[in-house]
Ligand binder design. Structure first.
Ligand SMILES: Cc1ncc(COP(=O)(O)O)c(C=O)c1O
Length: 475
């Protein structure tokens, strides 16, 4: 940090000058400002300060126009048939699968793409099909989305063991010696599944991709939740080779929603046993013979009719990201994130107490553009995150509050102990609302404030948020 310590007192012009002095690489990303004016004009026309890219990416006008043109000029029939309109759709879906593989630099000889409804659906497919048996292991970081945590319900049913690896505040990273000790516990002939996010949707931490090789060498299948990582970082599947990858395309480029993917290595896919069959997933099934044969490869995992009118829009979204270059997006996100963190941490009340407590790394190395924290008043009391959201809403600032479906990271960050959580969860009969939970935790914060930047974020966005934060400073 430089002279940003006095960010509280700077006006916008001065702040911009200080920002550019501290983050000179921002100038190399100016093309994104032109892109915003051209393809995302609705943001500024409507006065939105969009700071929820980890919740959902934004689409460019050009993506929508291209997709509309395709729909207008094509006749798409339901795939799974040999009629001309059906074949056309089948070809388009196949082309899109190849495009997804090419984008992630994955060889079709090594990886397949299963289209799903979203990342959660991909994760559920893996969880319900992974061949857990008694004594098998499901290892995961505390820092995981609930859609990964939910896999523990499948492993329990089959008698496997769930083990969580903690993350430690303030950086919210994993102690690698703990990770290594857990990886050493994989059963040599068992089924060992290790799951972690390439980027945390809570703290923005990027957990090392080097873990993949390390875990596989010790006999683990690795499930990489890439949902929060891929919108602003290059995932190169020729350099790191997780067995399973889960993602949602709307997080990368806003449109289409309702389409995600499981990208899986062929041997890892062959290891999965689907617990049911459906239209589209079999070659033949008989009622009287009471048998069915699963289709080979991806099709065995795609239940019913794919979202074939929308899947081609994935192609357009990937083209869009390629036309900009993920590297320039990554560079801009780093600059804005660094400045945002510097500026927030520089804010203090008149009595010297800090306004902000950050949950995650204060530097840009090994982190993405997701910044999570709580505000505290001059007496050191947390300012309720719901109140912060209400105030932000009034300024057209879109941010997130709560625990972002990542309770493990939240519990670690907020210092909620196992005993108090167990006591709360066992005290409730049958049901528990979020309000009951807040009441039970009594006085401690149960959530935080999250802002996240992405493809067309600009200085004005983060400046608007820093000004918003400055208004919470008390004399
Ligand atoms: C890291 C991570 N994993 C999984 C998900 C689930 O994605 P979806 O809701 O699209 O299924 C999210 C969504 O926020 C996420 O951030």
């Amino acid at each position: 940090m430089t002279d940003l310590a006095s960010a509280r007192d700077l006006d916008k012009k001065e702040a911009l000058a200080a920002f550019l002095a501290s983050y000179p690489h921002f100038e190399e990303t100016r093309a994104l400002d032109a892109l915003r004016a051209r393809d995302f004009a609705r943001l500024d026309d409507q006065g939105h300060v969009y700071l929820d890219y980890t919740g959902g990416g934004l689409y460019a006008d050009s993506q929508i126009l291209r997709h509309m043109e395709l729909l207008r000029t094509s006749v798409f029939g339901n795939p799974h048939s040999t009629n001309p309109t059906s074949l056309g759709t089948t070809d388009l879906v196949a082309r899109c699968r190849r495009r997804v593989l090419a984008f992630f630099n994955a060889s079709p000889d090594e990886y397949g793409v299963i289209f799903t409804a979203n990342a959660s659906h991909a994760l559920k497919l893996i969880g319900e099909s992974y061949p857990f048996e008694p004594g098998d292991q499901f290892l995961l970081t505390f820092d995981n989305h609930n859609s990964v945590n939910g896999i523990r319900e499948f492993d329990r049913v089959h008698g496997a063991e769930t083990t969580y690896i903690p993350v430690s505040p303030p950086d919210m990273r994993v102690d690698e010696s703990v990770l290594d000790a857990q990886l050493d516990r994989g059963r040599p002939d068992g089924n060992n599944l290790f799951a972690y996010p390439a980027q945390s949707n809570f703290s923005g931490v990027q957990h090392p991709l080097e873990w993949i090789d390390r875990a596989q060498a010790k006999g683990w299948n690795v499930l990489l939740d890439a949902a929060a990582f891929v919108p602003t970082n290059r995932l190169d599947l020729s350099r790191c080779r997780p067995d399973y990858v889960a993602l949602s395309f709307y997080k990368m480029f806003g449109y289409p929603t309702g389409v995600g993917a499981m990208i899986a290595r062929w041997p890892a896919l062959a290891k999965l046993h689907r617990p049911w069959f459906a239209g589209g997933t079999i070659t033949v099934a008989s009622v009287q013979a009471d048998r069915h044969y699963l289709a080979a490869g991806e099709e065995a995992f795609e239940d019913g009719t794919l979202d074939y009118a929308n899947i081609p829009a994935v192609d357009h979204g990937l083209d869009f990201l390629d036309s900009i270059g993920l590297e320039i997006i990554n560079s801009r996100v780093k600059c804005l994130t660094g400045w945002l963190i510097d500026s927030l941490l520089a804010l203090h009340h008149g009595n010297g107490r800090p306004l902000v407590h950050l949950y995650g790394p204060a530097e840009t190395r090994g982190r993405g553009g997701t910044v999570t924290f709580n505000f505290f008043d001059r007496s050191g009391q947390v300012i309720d995150h719901e109140l912060v959201e209400e105030k932000a809403n009034r300024r057209q600032i879109s941010l997130r509050t709560g625990c972002f479906c990542n309770p493990g990271a939240g519990e670690m960050a907020l210092g909620l102990s196992k005993s108090e959580l167990v006591s709360c969860f066992t005290s409730a009969e049958g049901e528990m609302t979020y309000e009951d939970f807040r009441h039970c935790i009594d006085g401690k914060s149960t959530g935080a404030v999250r802002v996240s930047v992405g493809v067309v974020s600009n200085f004005d966005d983060v400046w608007a948020f820093v000004r918003f934060a400055r208004d919470l400073v008390e004399d």
